[in-house]
Design a protein around this ligand. Structure first.
Ligand SMILES: Cc1cc2nc3c(=O)[nH]c(=O)nc-3n(C[C@H](O)[C@H](O)[C@H](O)COP(=O)(O)OP(=O)(O)OC[C@H]3O[C@@H](n4cnc5c(N)ncnc54)[C@H](O)[C@@H]3O)c2cc1C
Length: 652
């Protein structure tokens, strides 16, 4: 009886997760089942584990030395061979540069030395990505799409010895691509339609036939009809019958697979048909070779399947986890570059008798508050996530929060850069350089934007992070034994009464860590309250009839995503404060303490505001307005005095 009840409760929980969006649900069903660990994970339980972050983690000196040499080589390469503005204008990264990049080791950065790679740690890999981004962003995307999410990572980490021997030598000489996104699959992999059909002989699988079309694959096409990558890693659903794609909707039964597919295989179509072979043109990131490859009955031998059947999604998530740290490094790099451009211009530009850096709204607000202090925190978060990963610790939450935090705050800094440059910030490089030397604010503005979209959008990742953080509550929500429940209750109680010692930090930072210690408990209380509210609603749901159920579900959904959103930002700010303090101690410079102190005092205001919003918000009102949007209640106003392009372009 008890088991039946528990099973029912589990089903209801699954329903709940469904309401968060299928992507989050799949991540839950098919992702890593291990509970998350670290400072952020402990914060969900009400414990401020400063010892996770203090002292600042050690880095590998061997890898750092190699990275230094590589950065020197890159510096020379950039100065002698790459003209970012010309490349941006021509929209092509010159083909002849690929050989130089391969010689420098750009396509084998993280592969271990014994397999022929450079064996860079994640931290040093991040430095290389940062350096590439600072000079020409699309080059960093080319390299990271290959090294982190392309074929290398799955083969190196999950391939058998035979697969490594077969694929790695060629992969390390040339960029590869990662095919996940489809027309209906961006944030929502439950709608994946590309499939690999098992081909059987005497009941044994002898191979697969891959069919479907992917979208936005970076490194897929060099020019129209000509592939760039020699290999693509293709994520598919493995089926016995193509009709399963339409009939089987239960994600728990999905069997994902990740295949290494040579672009020379029969049926891989990056050309021939115009709608397939054309390179995607973006308003930024000029020069990335991105396209929508089509797979028509492409034969794949069993040895092209990496990690076995059923593991494709999990491997992709692992790849994306390291990919996110690389994106965060890119964002820090863009922010630093734009900030230094802004500062330089603000010091030189004189208006109303003084340089504009002396105006409070520029120097204090945009440069100090919204710029430098945030960059210090972004840098600390990104480095901390990578160092944690390098030391073999779980870094899923840190990677995710550093990606979202850095990409969102970077965008504020990039936008401020245009604002600080005034009119010249809106000119293209070509226009302004005819008259004077200027910072390429427009290029950074265009190139920076997709960082908030790809490798997990801000919205999806924020919901995912809180979902992962709350999984420790499973013994209460699902089939936990009484012993498990009791132990968890004890742990939560101890966390609330236990006195956590503040690490040894300079005086200005001490008060911030005390603040974190207090707010971590408050944060955990909000998490528990949120979870309890959900459970009460679930219990009520089973008591009422169908109509009332609908009303209840609506009630429950109101504020759900927004609550998770607030929890995400509180967790991220708290973690950012602690890592910033630890980094400042590690640097040991007074200026580092000033930056950490500046960020922490800013973060405290944000955290207090977010807590306040739990009770004082207008979510319900906005929800009603959002409902009205679907009923076209406001169209009369929005469409007045404009020529609606959605009608003219037939987009409805
Ligand atoms: C330059 C570039 C390079 C790329 N390279 C690759 C590549 O190499 N390989 C590859 O596979 N893909 C690649 N992509 C695709 C990219 O990963 C997707 O665009 C991204 O995952 C978002 O998917 P989507 O475009 O379908 O947006 P959608 O999933 O349709 O999302 C649209 C909006 O809705 C929001 N949203 C969606 N679901 C929810 C929810 N449940 N709750 C709240 N908000 C939600 C999203 O945050 C987003 O703001 C690339 C994209 C770009 C722009």
């Amino acid at each position: 009886m008890a088991t039946k009840e528990a099973a029912e409760r589990k089903n209801l929980m699954t329903e709940q997760i469904k309401k968060l969006g299928k992507g989050v649900q799949i991540a839950d069903e098919q992702g890593d089942k291990k509970l998350v660990e670290g400072f952020m994970a402990d914060a969900f339980k009400g414990k401020a584990s400063f010892d996770e972050v203090f002292p600042w983690p050690e880095r590998s000196l061997k890898s750092a030395k190699k990275a230094e040499e590589l950065l020197k080589a890159l510096d020379k390469f950039f100065r002698e061979k790459v003209n970012p503005d010309l490349t941006d204008e021509s929209r092509d990264i010159p083909f002849e540069l690929f050989g130089d990049m391969a010689d420098m080791g750009m396509f084998r950065l993280k592969i271990p030395e014994e397999l022929g790679g450079l064996s860079l740690s994640q931290t040093d890999y991040g430095r290389v990505i940062s350096y590439l981004t600072s000079y020409y962003g699309p080059m960093a995307i080319l390299v990271s799409a290959d090294n982190t999410i392309g074929c290398k990572f799955p083969v190196w980490k999950y391939g058998t010895k035979e697969q490594k021997d077969k694929y790695l030598p060629e992969l390390m000489r040339w960029p590869s691509g990662f095919c996940f996104t489809e027309r209906n699959v961006g944030s929502d992999p439950a709608r994946m339609e590309t499939y690999a059909l098992r081909v059987k002989e005497n009941g044994k699988t002898i191979g697969y036939c891959i069919t479907g079309q992917k979208e936005y694959t970076t490194n897929a096409v060099l020019t129209d009809n000509v592939p760039l990558a020699k290999f693509l890693s293709v994520v598919v659903r493995i089926v016995d019958n193509p009709s399963e794609i339409q009939t089987e909707k239960d994600v728990k039964k999905f069997c994902f697979g990740l295949f290494i597919v040579p672009t020379s295989s029969k049926g891989v179509n990056v050309g021939e048909r115009l709608d397939v072979g054309l390179r995607n043109e973006f308003f930024g990131m000029h020069g990335i070779y991105n396209a929508n490859p089509l797979f028509e009955n492409v034969w794949a031998n069993p040895d092209q399947l990496i990690g076995g059947e059923g593991n494709g999604f999990r491997i992709s998530l692992q790849a994306l986890n390291t990919g996110r740290m690389a994106i965060a490094s890119s964002c820090v790099s863009i922010a630093k570059q734009c900030f230094s451009g802004s500062q330089n211009y603000a010091e030189k530009r004189v208006q109303w008798g003084t340089p504009i850096i002396d105006k409070e709204l520029i120097g204090t607000e945009k440069l100090a508050r919204q710029g430098l202090c945030y960059i210090f925190a972004m840098d600390a978060m990104t480095n901390y996530a990578s160092l944690r990963f390098d030391s073999g610790k779980d870094s899923r939450l840190e990677a995710t929060s550093s990606k979202v935090f850095s990409s969102e705050k970077m965008w504020m800094i990039v936008d401020n850069n245009v604002q600080i440059h005034g009119g010249i910030g809106y000119e293209t490089h070509k226009s302004s350089s005819r008259r004077r030397k200027v910072f390429p604010a427009d290029r950074f503005f265009r190139d920076a934007r997709p960082n908030r979209i790809f490798e997990g959008s801000t919205q999806i990742l924020s919901q995912w992070l809180v979902g992962e953080g709350m999984k420790f509550l499973k013994p209460f929500a699902q089939m936990g034994t009484w012993k498990e429940k009791f132990l968890l209750l004890c742990e939560l109680t101890v966390n609330r009464i236990n006195f956590v010692r503040i690490p040894d930090v300079p005086r200005p930072l001490r008060k911030h860590l005390k603040f974190v210690r207090r707010k971590v408990r408050k944060f955990s209380n909000r998490v528990l309250f949120f979870a309890a509210r959900d459970m009460v609603f679930l219990a009520l749901q089973s008591l009422v009839d169908k109509e009332d159920k609908k009303k209840l579900a609506r009630e429950m959904l109101t504020s759900r995503q927004l609550t998770l959103w607030r929890l995400f930002w509180i967790a991220s700010y708290l973690s950012a404060m602690v890592v910033s303090c630890s980094r400042a101690v590690h640097f040991g410079a007074d200026s580092a303490v000033e930056m950490a102190d500046g960020f922490c005092s800013e973060a405290r205001l944000c955290i207090d505001n977010l807590f306040r919003e739990f009770y004082r918000n207008n979510d319900r009102k906005m929800r009603r307005i959002a409902d009205g949007l679907k009923e076209d209640r406001y169209a009369w106003f929005i469409h007045s005095d404009i020529l609606p392009l959605i009608d003219q372009l037939n987009l409805k």
